[in-house]
Design a protein around this ligand. Structure first.
Ligand code: DLL
Length: 419
């Protein structure tokens, strides 16, 4: 889709929101803009942002632009940092979302006839039903295992000869361990592709999962407020996440000033939906950090492409005044041999000082080495952390399988200062 077509869609959508969603009428009026003022895509920067707290204030119906009777489904965000935000869908929304997810699966090489095990949770979380409808639309066969009961998941993977696995990357890694414990080499399974997302994961984590199962692992991005999974998807070239031009306009802004940043510059992702009928979002500040690509991917799926997610603006830990992103810790750990990929970060305040301790789980091979080797590994991790973060982090090496496994999003940070 070219810029002119995208602008036409944007104008239509803004006009729709102004007319049908009282929130937008009010916020546009307060900012002194009306949809007719926009003459080009760049003018979108005149439109006010939509914040998570705005959406929360519409609990429990969500920011509705349709009569409640037209809503066929509700989803909600997990609400771990406050009241959940509710997202509503009309029949048309569900249909378009399914098409979008089908297109995402397609560019990752998934096709009709594939057997897809969908281990994203079914329920208020958008992952389960979102991938489910998309996979069906594609003509694939879905095994809707949802999260949990890992032993059964493994049995199903083997018995159904599953081609494609959909779940969080941390759960995929855990599944590979349980397959191994069941006496099967995960590489021997027919599994070909993984569609992993819903939580941050690094390229090194990707390599760990790809090597464990001998598969290709693709990143899928999404957020309840944006409709769910499918807002961003990697193609088989694994070079950035495609954002469908006819579904969203994406901007990157400086989180402090709100100014739009050029391609290549890291900042907060801001999304405007072009397809949502019941809960449209206009310039929604996601809190997620990434950057835009300038060049077009040779697969030509869409013009808009963002880098893999680098973290969240609210994820940043401030330890003794130093900004620390959990993604930096994951990056350090995933480049160290003998580390399993499971870790947890504890932060607490001792007296006046913040202290950070990272519990790092090691592999069976390393754990069987001498005490001296483990101590050496611990020091090596601490040194690498210092080199990257510029603060001393206490590292505790723990036995294999001791960090709690999650069936959905992994809980990596325990900040006792907030408890
Ligand atoms: O996690 C939707 C989803 C389901 C995406 C299944 C992908 C697959 P929420 O529960 O609302 O929605 O959480 C959204 O999760 O703002 C990001 O911070 C994070 N997130 C989602 N996908 C990725 C990803 C779903 N691929 C929040 N990489 C977002 C990094 C991700 N973080």
């Amino acid at each position: 889709m070219n810029e002119k077509e995208q602008f036409t869609l944007l104008k239509k959508n803004l006009t729709y929101c102004y007319k049908h969603a009282p929130h937008y009428k009010r916020s546009f009026n307060e900012a002194g803009v009306c949809p007719d003022d926009l003459k080009s895509l760049e003018d979108l920067s005149k439109v006010p942002f939509l914040l998570k707290k705005d959406l929360r204030s519409y609990y429990p119906t969500g920011i509705l632009a349709v009569n409640k009777r037209s809503v066929v489904r509700y989803h909600a965000s997990s609400g771990t940092t406050g009241r959940p935000t509710v997202v509503s869908y009309t029949k048309a929304d569900i249909d378009i979302w399914a098409d979008m997810v089908a297109d995402c699966l397609k560019i990752a090489g998934v096709h009709d006839g594939d057997i897809i095990q969908n281990s994203y949770g079914y329920g208020l979380f958008t992952g389960g039903l979102g991938l489910h409808y998309g996979a069906e639309k594609l003509g694939a066969s879905v095994v809707p295992t949802s999260g949990g009961n890992t032993a059964r998941q493994v049995q199903i993977m083997k018995d159904f000869k599953v081609d494609v696995l959909c779940c969080t990357p941390s759960y995929a890694l855990y599944l590979s361990e349980v397959v191994e414990q069941s006496g099967t080499d995960p590489k021997e399974l027919p599994l070909r592709t993984g569609i992993f997302g819903a939580e941050p994961w690094s390229d090194s984590m990707r390599k760990k999962i790809e090597d464990a199962f001998d598969i290709k692992a693709y990143d899928i991005y999404g957020m309840s407020e944006l409709g769910g999974p499918g807002a961003g998807m990697e193609c088989t070239l694994q070079n950035g996440l495609h954002i469908w031009d006819d579904k969203y306009i994406v901007e990157v802004i400086d989180p402090k000033t709100g100014e739009t940043l050029p391609p290549g510059k890291k900042g907060e992702l801001v999304f405007t939906s072009l397809w949502k009928e019941a809960s449209p979002v206009i310039r929604f500040r996601t809190g997620d950090i990434s950057y835009m690509y300038e060049d077009e991917c040779s697969c030509k799926s869409s013009v808009q492409r963002i880098g893999r997610l680098l973290g969240r603006t609210d994820d940043m830990l401030i330890i003794r005044g130093v900004n620390v992103f959990p993604s930096q810790i994951e990056h350090v750990l995933s480049n160290i041999k003998g580390v399993s990929g499971h870790y947890q970060i504890y932060v607490e305040r001792k007296g006046m000082l913040d202290e950070m301790e990272v519990f790092v789980e090691v592999t069976e091979e390393i754990f069987n080495d001498s005490m001296g080797d483990i101590l050496e590994l611990r020091h090596a991790i601490e040194d690498k952390m210092y080199a990257v973060l510029n603060i001393h982090v206490k590292v505790t090496v723990v036995e294999p399988s001791t960090i709690p496994r999650s069936e959905g999003k992994a809980k990596r940070i325990i900040d006792k200062r907030l408890m």
